[in-house]
Design a protein around this ligand. Structure first.
Ligand SMILES: C[S@@+](CC[C@H](N)C(=O)[O-])C[C@H]1O[C@@H](n2cnc3c(N)ncnc32)[C@H](O)[C@@H]1O
Length: 192
């Protein structure tokens, strides 16, 4: 059940800077999420789908690296966790929270970067299928499937998304694959 619409009066870079105070508790990301954050361009408008704890959106605000961040999750309880992370980190209004299935509450004009991390490959694939606007070349997709990576890559390739690069990250004894993709392309893969 969706409870809140996404707002478009989003925090801007200036607000993000104003929020950075001496008493802010800074988020230290695990290597997996840090590798994802490193792929996000400065000034990007980002949605973190399936945010759960909300570490990535909070980090992006604290590092003043983005223009706007949406944090969405299908679970209201998970989104509450993300809100708590934001509050405990000294950030209250900088992130736009929304309970949502996949990208249902996100308009194509809201974001230029989509992060879907820590979800199964099939779920990521379904989320993209339900939001064909993600095929737009301008949208940057940063995907980190927990399973079925081959299936997700096959889907991206067959549907015409371009897989620009993949990266392997070892974090706490586990290997993760991060896929950097954009809309319509030839499917060439570079390894970061
Ligand atoms: C394992 S957590 C990943 C948290 C974080 N993204 C990370 O990588 O550390 C997966 C989260 O995705 C959410 N989720 C699962 N399916 C979803 C969907 N279709 N749309 C939005 N969120 C979803 C779950 O509720 C859960 O909070």
């Amino acid at each position: 059940m969706l409870s809140e619409p996404c707002r478009s009066d989003a925090p801007c870079f200036a607000l993000c800077k104003a929020l950075t105070t001496d008493h802010m508790r800074f988020i230290k990301l695990p290597k997996r999420l840090k590798a994802i954050a490193d792929l996000i361009d400065d000034g990007a408008c980002v949605v973190d789908v399936g945010t759960d704890h909300g570490f990535l959106p909070v980090y992006l605000i604290q590092t003043c690296s983005v223009k706007r961040v949406f944090a969405t999750d299908i679970s209201a309880a998970s989104l509450d966790k993300a809100r708590r992370t934001a509050e405990e980190s000294g950030i209250t209004d900088a992130i736009i929270f929304s309970v949502a299935q996949g990208l249902d509450r996100i308009a194509p004009t809201d974001v230029d970067t989509i992060v879907i991390a820590g979800l199964g490959g099939e779920t990521i694939l379904d989320i993209l299928k339900d939001a064909p606007w993600t095929m737009c070349r301008k949208i940057k997709l940063i995907l980190q499937p927990q399973s079925k990576t081959d299936l997700l890559c096959r889907f991206l390739y067959d549907t015409g998304y371009k897989i620009n690069a993949t990266k392997s990250v070892m974090d706490r004894g586990k290997n993760y694959t991060i896929i950097y993709s954009t809309g319509a392309g030839s499917g060439n893969v570079d390894f970061l």
